[in-house]
Ligand binder design. Structure first.
Ligand code: AMP
Length: 548
């Protein structure tokens, strides 16, 4: 993989310093390709999914441009259009983070948020607006968002915006943006309708794509590849579970940034793992020391960034763990090439968040192999696994003999107890002595990916009900076609019926309807409340699900 430094890209020093401080060691593929043309003033048409680092790929050049020529007027000079409120918040947050040193003001605007607050902030003046198309158009029509001085325009996840039916809004907005602006359009696919938009609104764009990079497909033999889809707050716990279940003899855990490497190493250390960090911030001497300890088995886990791992002279590891989905298929192939070498078996484990599904698909397309989605082992699985290992250890101990000292004790105890009971009790003691990891008993939610694109069945996993409360499913007459997401259903039910969202169980969203599991005792109450309300602007209608 070609190595290039952020400093080589020609960004303002404030920006290179900021990304260094965030622990980014090198630009990702999409950043390497998109930043130089954007800095030179070209338009860019980029094919990249979430998780590739595409936000920084447009945010850094955007900030570079605004930062180089602050005109002091605080008029809106950059507009980023995104499909959802979540993305608006995320992107605004990222731009704020990257642009802090430059003092750039950012405002996310989206529906559902108080328009008053947005109006006041717009009046005070911001440099960058990150908006969903509907709300942006609202403001344009009210005269509160003036696009007359826009220099930089981004359409992020353009395919998603079209899927959500924002085509007309986009056209209307783009008419209000000066033709002199620079534009970047990012989309996970370059379907014909995306190309049409690009043709209409971009000027001779540079095409960048990271979907199919270098590296021969099918390169990695004998590697079991699995993925766990886990919400971010549960990732550490999930990693610990998986490590316990897999008990790797040696493993490299990859993170995206130096900061993540340091944090994860510390957290794992606190949980009793022998983990060592390795990243570009270490001196040669420190690196050598870390490697020596790893090679002779004094540490079991190496937590690394891609950059640090690239030059590592490590023959083989039993497990490669991607704590985040790598930002390109190429990086994935590189990483997991560290296991399954020379005909040995290896395991490649990837943790993904639900929104990184597209990135995984890219990897699968590239490697021409399916990555199996598994559930994080439960506490029950871990116990079973531990007993399995105990019994294997017992077997070895019996075979290796030298039991004389212990036989004497067993013989004296055998006057009072059955030999079988004695053995079982000994096992129980051993088991208990290994049961000290303090792991919480709670199961970690995993999220399932649905089928193809746009066919996603969003599913909030059922929380196991410790209290055995009887539940029932409620049928609600809005679904994916109405852009309903689990959060909309939870929000509507919690607000209208005044119940704690933790009362709700599994949520399934189909095209035209949704099913929500609620405690039987409050089912009627919830149905009544739902009849009074709208979800995503539609009267929903609710009744008990007849399927049950
Ligand atoms: P995105 O694809 O923009 O959603 O970014 C995915 C994640 O990668 C975010 O958490 C970023 O903070 C992180 N990231 C972006 N660029 C880099 C980089 N060059 N090195 C390491 N992490 C990065």
């Amino acid at each position: 993989m070609q190595s290039i430094d952020f400093r080589d890209l020609g960004l303002l020093p404030e920006l290179t310093e900021t990304v260094a401080a965030l622990g980014y060691e090198e630009p990702t593929a999409i950043q390497r390709e998109a930043i130089p043309p954007l800095l030179s003033g070209r338009d860019v048409l980029g094919q990249a999914a979430t998780g590739t680092g595409k936000t920084a790929a447009f945010a850094l050049p955007l900030l570079h441009r605004l930062g180089r020529s602050t005109d002091g007027s605080r008029s809106v000079r950059a507009l980023v259009l995104v499909p959802t409120r979540e993305l608006a918040m995320q992107v605004a947050e990222a731009i704020h983070r990257y642009g802090k040193q430059l003092g750039i003001g950012v405002l996310p605007i989206f529906g559902g948020q108080s328009i008053g607050l947005q109006l006041r902030t717009l009046k005070r003046g911001v440099d960058v607006v990150v908006a969903t198309p509907g709300r942006a158009l609202d403001h344009i029509r009210r005269g509160s968002l003036d696009l007359g001085r826009i220099e930089f325009l981004v359409l992020d996840e353009a395919d998603e915006m079209l899927d959500m039916g924002f085509a007309d809004e986009l056209d209307a907005i783009l008419e209000n943006v000066p033709a002199t602006r620079q534009s970047a359009l990012f989309s996970a696919t370059l379907a014909p309708r995306i190309r049409t938009i690009a043709k209409r609104h971009l000027k001779d764009p540079v095409h960048v794509t990271i979907a199919n990079e270098v590296g021969a497909p099918g390169e990695v033999p004998r590697v079991r590849e699995v993925v766990y889809v886990v919400p971010r707050p549960h990732k550490i716990a999930a990693l610990a579970r998986v490590l316990d279940a897999e008990s790797p003899t040696s493993a490299i855990v990859f993170c995206r940034t130096r900061t993540e490497v340091d944090e994860l190493t510390e957290t794992l250390g606190g949980r009793g793992y022998q983990a060592e960090a390795i990243h570009g911030g270490l001196s040669q001497e420190q690196r050598d020391r870390v490697l020596r300890r790893f090679r002779d088995g004094r540490s079991e886990l190496l937590i690394a960034t891609d950059v640090a791992a690239r030059g590592l002279d490590i023959e083989h590891v039993s497990h490669v763990v991607n704590y985040d989905v790598p930002s390109s298929p190429d990086a994935y192939v590189h990483r997991i090439g560290r296991t399954g070498r020379a005909g040995r078996e290896g395991v490649a484990i990837t943790f993904a968040e639900a929104r990184e599904q597209r990135l995984l698909r890219n990897i699968e397309q590239h490697t021409k192999r399916k990555i199996k989605i598994e559930s994080v082992p439960t506490v029950h699985d871990l116990r079973a696994r531990r007993l399995e290992m105990l019994s294997a250890d017992l077997n070895t101990a019996v075979e290796s003999g030298e039991l004389e000292r212990y036989r004497v004790i067993v013989e004296s105890l055998a006057h009072e107890h059955e030999a079988l009971d004695l053995a079982a009790a000994a096992l129980k003691l051993l088991d208990r002595s290994r049961d000290g990891d303090g792991e919480s008993e709670q199961d970690i939610p995993t999220v399932e990916f649905g089928g193809g694109r746009g066919q996603k069945t969003e599913r909030k996993p059922p929380r196991p009900r410790a209290d055995n409360v009887a539940t029932t499913r409620i049928f609600i007459g809005v679904g994916r076609n109405d852009n309903v997401r689990p959060a909309d259903l939870v929000g509507a039910i919690a607000n209208e019926a005044h119940i704690d969202s933790r009362e709700l169980g599994a949520i399934d969203i189909a095209d035209r309807f949704s099913l929500v599991e609620v405690p039987e005792a409050i089912a009627e109450h919830v149905i009544k409340a739902l009849k009074r309300t709208t979800i995503r602007g539609k009267k929903a209608g609710a009744r008990r699900d007849r399927g049950r």
